[in-house]
Design a protein around this ligand. Structure first.
Ligand code: GAP
Length: 451
């Protein structure tokens, strides 16, 4: 496929770095792996947690008009009838009767029209073995309780949003919030994607960070514009390069949507610009449907005007994993180092989201330097994650931290044993400054904290 992006394709290098350095592993790898499911290793879990914390802070803690929620994954099966997922959350698929593979009906690799005698399977190459397209629901089904029968079918939620809708009145009444206000949550979602791939870009188990903002009908357009701008700003503040971000308005709207736009990030190579977040004006569709299916009123009582109405909803929905991937792609660079024969690989992550904030190194393993360095590492560890490393040449140790995005390298040298100062090396500029060891905690904290 021709490249659609001016940025290089770094995915293969990232997959390898992510495994080698403990960011992301294939799920159940020793058994040959589980398709499109990934596990986060020690550094990956820190990175993704930092992303989620930043979202939670911006959307919940720093505002007085959004409340947090953590709804269960398993919900009453009627929820998914009301939401439209049972009837409509489908992809048209075709099966090959010969090799038993399954494809999306619109897979460009299929030659001919599926179902016709000349249609050719893109994997085994047989002709006439592809079935007519059938609709396939993407929700994972399981059974609740001891009996495996249709009456006990439940679904793994394919989005977190419905947990917010069904709790609308619980949250509004318990917090006494007035319209406009929002409910936010972070949680796992599951989709039996047929064409998953591109590492953690499209997976079958993933985390969403969703917020539903409940507004008075008629004010929805201005709230939609406000949230579009806010969310773009959040991605930029996280460190994604502005020129790799853009809006993509939806040309075809879902039947309930009054407006929708994606925020897209340029992943480079042939993947190019892809959605990382959706912002939707969902009208009163969701609360209206849940009111209809549950038989319970889901109206807001506007006391001053003594009237009741079903609020409109502006939704912001972003994937924690997809944002993490965007950050890794955005941060990855290979560069020459002036005056050195060996180049280096750097993850230029914003210091606030980097998994490790500082590497701590004794220059040599003698003359009391390891003891001082250990004491410094123990002290700093109480404030943020640090990594102590006394193995190998100092240049190597710096490189190992550059590769995982650690913004600062602290070195204890001969002078440290005399005057209590250490060198602090900046990952990006390679500049080194001397800082008193007892000032280090404040020095680093100031540079890794977002205010
Ligand atoms: N409640 C609306 C909703 O779920 P969506 O566009 O289907 O909207 C929102 O999903 C976000 O969730 C996407 O922009 C993406 O970041 C993430 N997402 C969706 N499906 C995903 C998958 N299979 N793997 C990883 N992330 C996914």
């Amino acid at each position: 496929m021709p490249s659609v992006s001016a940025h290089p394709d770094v995915m293969e290098k990232l997959v390898s770095l992510a495994k080698r350095r403990g960011f992301i592993f294939q799920s159940s790898e020793i058994y040959g792996g589980t398709g499109s499911v990934w596990d986060y290793g020690p550094l990956g879990v820190e990175l993704k947690k930092n992303v989620k914390d930043r979202w939670w802070h911006a959307m919940v803690r720093a505002r007085d008009d959004i409340e947090g929620l953590d709804a269960a994954i398993l919900m009453h099966p009627r929820v998914w009838e009301a939401s439209g997922h049972v009837a409509g959350f489908t992809d048209p698929l075709v099966d090959c009767r010969n090799c038993k593979r399954r494809f999306r009906a619109d897979d460009p690799a299929i030659k001919g029209t599926p179902g016709a005698p000349d249609a050719q399977c893109p994997v085994c190459g047989s002709k006439g073995t592809l079935s007519e397209p059938r609709l396939f629901n993407l929700m994972f089904k399981t059974f609740m309780g001891p009996v495996e029968e249709s009456a006990s079918v439940v679904y793994l939620r394919p989005e977190t949003a419905q947990g917010i809708f069904v709790n609308f009145l619980n949250v509004q009444q318990s917090t006494r919030q007035k319209i406009p206000f929002g409910i936010a949550q972070i949680g796992k979602a599951f989709r039996n994607e047929i064409t998953p791939g591109n590492f953690i870009f499209r997976t079958r188990e993933f985390e969403q960070m969703e917020m539903q903002f409940f507004v008075e009908p008629g004010t929805d357009e201005e709230h939609f514009e406000y949230w579009k701008a806010q969310r773009m700003e959040w991605h930029r503040a996280l460190g994604l390069s502005p020129e790799r971000l853009r809006y993509k308005p939806h040309e075809q709207l879902a039947h309930y949507a009054r407006a929708a736009a994606d925020i897209e990030f340029d992943f480079g190579g042939s993947l190019g610009f892809q959605e990382i977040e959706g912002i939707h004006n969902r009208s009163d569709f969701d609360l209206g449907r849940h009111q209809e299916y549950s038989g319970k009123k889901l109206e807001f009582f506007d006391q001053p005007n003594n009237r009741r109405f079903i609020p409109y909803v502006i939704e912001t929905s972003v994937g924690a994993d997809r944002t993490t991937l965007a950050l890794l792609v955005n941060a990855y660079r290979e560069e020459e180092v002036p005056g050195e024969s060996e180049g280096r690989t750097v993850l230029g992550l914003a210091p606030s989201i980097a998994p490790i904030k500082a590497g701590v190194f004794p220059l040599v393993k003698k003359d009391g330097m390891p003891e001082i360095a250990q004491r410094i590492a123990d002290d700093l560890r109480r404030a943020f994650p640090v990594f102590y490393d006394d193995g190998g040449a100092i240049g190597r140790r710096y490189r190992r931290q550059d590769e995982v995005g650690t913004p600062f390298g602290i070195t204890v040298d001969g002078q440290s044993t005399q005057d209590g100062t250490v060198t602090v090396r900046d990952r990006d500029t390679l500049q080194q400054v001397r800082v008193a060891a007892d000032q280090l905690r404040g020095y680093i904290t100031e540079r890794v904290t977002v205010t």
